[in-house]
Design a protein around this ligand. Sequence first.
Ligand SMILES: Nc1ncnc2c1ncn2[C@@H]1O[C@H](COP(=O)(O)OP(=O)(O)O)[C@@H](O)[C@H]1O
Ligand SMILES: [Mg+2]
Length: 153
Amino acid sequence: MSRAPIIPPLAAHGHLALTEQELIAWGERFGGVATAPLVVTITGELGAGKTTLVQAICRGYGVRDEVTSPTFALVHRYDAPASPVYHLDLYRLDGPKELTNIAWDEIVSDKAIVLIEWPERAGDRIPHIHVPISLQHLPDDPSRRLLYAGGHV
Ligand SMILES: Nc1ncnc2c1ncn2[C@@H]1O[C@H](COP(=O)(O)OP(=O)(O)O)[C@@H](O)[C@H]1O
Ligand SMILES: [Mg+2]
């Protein structure tokens, strides 16, 4: 497998239309080369594949536990060999003020991998340095998603 950095080539080449298996393979590769500290934002509608991608990134990074949607808790924390991993789903966040309750500042400044679904809910509290990923449905092909990673925001 190529040792080249994963983000710049994908960003330069624009988007990819991936099947679920391809998206999972991409996420596992991304997780395999990720190093903490790293904040990754994942935007996309319900069912776009954000959680599927988070699960793959976690697996690639070495998380052994089952990764489940933190829809009500807003954040789940997992251990991995190299650092903790935080998975946030901000869909139900009432506003940026509520971030204080989940120790947002500590999470995003931790030496950790931080994977954030619905980052728009956090407004300008998202750290300036992050990897933006977006997933979109394809109207003509329900089995594929458009993946944009890095450089487009
Ligand atoms: N190419 C694809 N990539 C990701 N998920 C897909 C794809 N094709 C179909 N799916 C399905 O879409 C759903 C995505 O769910 P999920 O990852 O929970 O989305 P989100 O977290 O964005 O709401 C899953 O049921 C998955 O099986
Ligand atoms: Mg989700």
